[in-house]
Ligand binder design. Structure first.
Ligand code: ATP
Length: 453
């Protein structure tokens, strides 16, 4: 392990990941506890804590593939590093599925190679070795447990500056004595603040399924999370819930949730890798087929003639529209690559469907009767037509071509909110993306952190 050498520089970036297992705990809650300590020793946060969602197709993720980065200006780096290392070791589910790691970087400017590592971690698979090599080359102190996988997310979180599009989430934490009990929220209050704050909060409630989306369902210590465009709106929405349960506190994270950051890279069908994420311009090359379970399967072809199967899953709510596509329709899809097995090749799991061009389909019909207007019957090849109703005969008329109503429109189709991934950009956020800002926020909203202790 390398040692931090430059003691004169006082910005410390702390990235950590993989502290939880499916059984309990949560990396963001550990971030809440560490932040509480850092604020108590007067460390100055130069940015909100970052909650960075990485490639959602990573097969070994626990839930949402989230990693955390804290950026502080402080004097006593050694004391902080010692405290954080101990917290990660004591606060992780080591041995029960967690492979935690923490990485420290000292300095104002994050090196380009770390930013690039982070960019790729959004859509591809990276190794612990690659992370370790970069950490060593830049004299970064780090600590890893288990198989050390957590290093990938820890380093990627440090390298993610979020200076373009980003969102915020206020996450409220439960006291240990309540964990495992039902989370009680007033649905009407959720619906009300959701309406009042639209479009500045999102994914609060799924109208289609009448389901509250802000509360998780497991035994983890998160009571709820409210997502939105700025720290003020997520905190005030949390307050509007007037929760009865006494909380441990809450913390606002700046995040890439709701930004589609994992779908920014164009995938090439000829070089497609398992677990990758991205988008593809293509056309439909086979008629959509409705599988058992209601999922819709079809083949796509890129503009080099390479084909690949693609599937729209039933819970997305996009299967009706997908089943109306026909060969030749031009689309763009956002997708994740499902690994090939002995039973099937690689398959693209569709996350959004952007219908760009629809082919015209013509039906060939018999002409209408000139006497009564009813559609006529053919008398046989080259024998003309006769009307069933008024018996009018027409030897000269020909079959006519009629443009079929496809009953489908071009445009962007997204899954219903309950099927959104953390990174999915909700439809109303298209056009609301934030423009590049300075390296870090100029100041932080006063009520971004609250602890009951
Ligand atoms: P939660 O959302 O509850 O915090 P999680 O879904 O984030 O849990 P983790 O327990 O953090 O799951 O596991 C994800 C693991 O995958 C971490 O070890 C992380 O370092 C690693 N990882 C993240 N992104 C990549 C990537 N692009 N390539 C390889 N490994 C990755």
């Amino acid at each position: 392990m390398s040692i931090i050498k430059d003691e004169s520089c006082d910005i410390l970036h702390i990235g950590f990941d993989d502290t939880d297992s499916t059984l309990s705990r949560c990396t963001t809650q550990l971030a809440f506890k560490i932040t509480d300590y850092l604020l108590k020793i007067n460390a100055k946060f130069i940015d909100y804590p970052l909650l960075i969602r990485l490639n959602p197709n990573v097969p070994w993720k626990t839930r949402g593939n989230g990693a955390v980065c804290l950026r502080v200006r402080a004097k006593s780096h050694d004391k902080i590093i010692g405290y954080v290392k101990q917290s990660i070791e004591e606060g992780s589910n080591i041995g029960s599925g967690a492979n935690p790691a923490v990485v420290f970087f000292k300095g104002e400017e994050i090196p380009d190679i770390i930013k690039e590592f982070s960019r790729v971690a959004m859509f591809d698979i990276l190794s612990r070795k690659q992370a370790e090599k970069i950490a060593k080359e830049h004299l970064m102190e780090y600590l890893a447990f288990g198989d050390g996988r957590g290093l990938v997310g820890s380093l990627a979180a440090i390298g993610c500056l979020l200076h373009k599009d980003h969102t915020f989430e206020a996450i409220a934490y439960r006291k240990p004595e309540y964990c495992g009990t039902d989370r009680v929220v007033d649905i009407l209050k959720v619906i009300e603040y959701s309406k009042n704050t639209f479009p500045n909060t999102f994914n609060n409630y799924d109208q289609n399924y009448r389901r509250v989306l802000i509360t998780p369902h497991g035994p983890d210590p998160v009571f709820c999370g409210i997502r939105g465009e700025n720290p003020e709106v997520v905190v005030s929405s949390l307050e509007r819930l007037e929760l009865e349960e006494k909380l441990d506190g809450y913390m606002v994270f700046r995040s890439n949730q709701g930004t589609n950051m994992h779908l920014q890279n164009e995938l090439k069908l000829s070089q497609i890798k398992a677990y990758a994420a991205g988008y593809i311009h293509c056309k439909i090359s086979t008629k959509p087929y409705i599988m058992q379970g209601g999922h819709v399967l079809f083949e796509i072809e890129d503009f080099n003639g390479v084909t690949c199967p693609a599937v729209v899953y039933e819970p997305t709510g996009l299967t009706t529209i997908a089943s109306k596509l026909v060969r030749g329709d031009i689309i763009e899809i956002g997708c994740g690559v499902r690994k090939a097995t002995s039973k099937h090749p690689k398959i693209l799991n569709i996350e959004y469907l952007y219908i760009l061009e629809l082919v015209q389909i013509f039906d060939t019909l018999n002409p209408l009767c000139k006497a009564c207007g009813k559609r006529m019957k053919s008398e046989g090849r080259n024998k003309g037509f006769q009307c069933d109703r008024c018996k009018y005969k027409d030897r000269i008329n020909k079959k006519i071509c009629v443009l079929q109503n496809r009953n489908i429109k071009t445009g962007l189709y997204l899954p219903t909110p309950k099927s959104h991934r953390h990174l999915t950009k909700p439809i109303h956020r298209y056009g609301m993306e934030k423009s590049p800002v300075g390296l870090y926020p100029e100041s932080l909203f006063a009520r971004w952190f609250y602890s009951s202790k």
